[in-house]
Ligand binder design. Structure first.
Ligand SMILES: O=c1nc2n(C[C@H](O)[C@H](O)[C@H](O)CO)c3cc(O)ccc3cc-2c(=O)[nH]1
Ligand SMILES: C[C@H]1O[C@@H](n2cnc3c(N)ncnc32)[C@H](O)[C@@H]1O
Ligand code: MET
Ligand code: SF4
Length: 321
């Protein structure tokens, strides 16, 4: 079908350096207390990554709990993140790290081993610091927005997004979207904005109601209006029903994000199998197309080594089509 519309996704696998986190977001089903989760060893990561070679996986998402910036364990934690990324690069994968707010020095070091990075703004609403983010100092809105600016300054292609249903109003969501649009205007480095509906899980302390599908649709429409057209809207396919997903695509979401064996953030919501997803989208006239974790307009920001790896993947994807 030549007239078919396309939805993209990133064939991905998630490595978790550690689940320990000094923040306690009350909606989190991922974290453990500091010192309570072993760190992923390079040996374990290597055997996992080797088993994923030639399986179609392109992106390695490095998703981590956070060690406090002032902790004397911070530099060891950071070193492990760096080494995991370097290992993934050496095995031919393309890393994307989301490990919470980073210093300028940390972010610029990770730029050498990541093709893009990410951090959700969540919501800029200050009152959330009294509720779901009461014990989460790294969720201060100005800290998060500053990370977006820092990424722009360093020429790092970036993924950010909104977590929806935290107790914010529609006006709050618009404000968050406008803040992202404004930062993007200066550096044009935001490749995608994730609209992530809060989804209750089994291990969090909050357990509120899931963000409603009707509001999600409305949010996509508003986001498409506020954000410039060079920013892609991403919708996780495991957090909405299949018919809702199609409505979201019609409304302007066009990317389904990283798809892999396990959603580490929402482990109670398994990702669909790619073939099954592709088939059901095809029935509705949508073609599911794999993409890299970096969009082509940013390739020239990469170091020569990463550029080579990206060029090889682009060639490979091109040949398969
Ligand atoms: O499977 C998931 N992937 C998540 N990803 C991965 C994301 O879908 C892909 O890494 C990007 O689309 C790569 O381009 C995130 C990436 C970010 O930068 C920020 C937040 C997320 C959140 C999730 C998530 O909850 N689950
Ligand atoms: C990595 C990202 O995952 C999101 N996140 C954390 N917990 C949940 C949940 N219960 N439901 C949906 N998204 C969540 C946050 O937006 C975080 O930044
Ligand atoms: C499960 S969240 C993982 C990333 C980081 N801790 C953040 O919240 O931004
Ligand atoms: S959402 Fe991220 S920052 Fe918040 S507790 Fe979970 S791991 Fe930590």
């Amino acid at each position: 079908m030549d007239f078919a519309q396309t939805a993209t996704y990133s064939p991905a696998y998630t490595l978790v350096p550690t689940y320990e986190c000094f923040n306690r977001c009350s909606y989190c089903n991922f974290r453990t207390d500091p010192g309570k989760s072993p760190w992923l060893s390079l040996a374990d990561a290597e055997s996992k990554l080797r088993s994923l070679q030639h399986q179609g996986v392109i992106e390695i998402l490095i998703l981590s709990g956070e060690v406090h910036p002032q902790s004397d364990r911070r530099s060891l934690w950071f070193q492990r993140l760096y080494e995991l990324c370097a290992l993934a690069v050496s095995l031919g994968f393309l890393p994307h790290t989301n490990a919470g707010p980073l210093s300028v020095a940390e972010m610029s070091r990770l730029k050498t081993v990541n093709v893009s990075m990410g951090l959700m703004v969540e919501q800029v609403t200050p009152s959330l610091l009294q509720t779901v983010h009461r014990h989460a100092p790294s969720k201060r809105p100005e800290r998060r927005l500053q990370q977006l600016a820092q990424a722009g300054e360093l020429q790092i292609p970036f993924t950010t997004g909104l977590l929806l249903g935290l107790g914010e109003t529609e006006a709050d969501r618009c404000e968050t979207l406008e803040a992202i649009a404004q930062i993007h205007q200066r550096w044009r480095h935001i490749q995608e904005v994730i609209l992530q509906p809060y989804s209750p899980g089994l291990t969090e302390t909050w357990a509120s109601a899931a963000f409603s599908p009707a509001q999600l649709l409305e949010t996509i429409v508003v986001a498409r209006r506020i954000l410039p057209t060079d920013i892609t809207l991403q919708m996780p396919p495991n957090l909405v029903s299949r018919s809702q997903l199609l409505t979201c695509l019609e409304a302007g979401a066009s990317d389904l994000g990283g798809i892999g064996p396990r959603d580490e953030v929402n482990p109670d919501y398994p990702h669909p199998i790619e073939a099954e997803l592709a088939n059901s989208l095809a029935l509705a006239g949508w073609t599911l197309v794999p993409r890299l974790p970096i969009y082509p307009q940013y390739d020239h920001w990469l170091s020569p080594e990463l550029r080579g790896a990206v060029d090889r993947w682009r060639e490979r994807l091109g040949r398969e089509r």
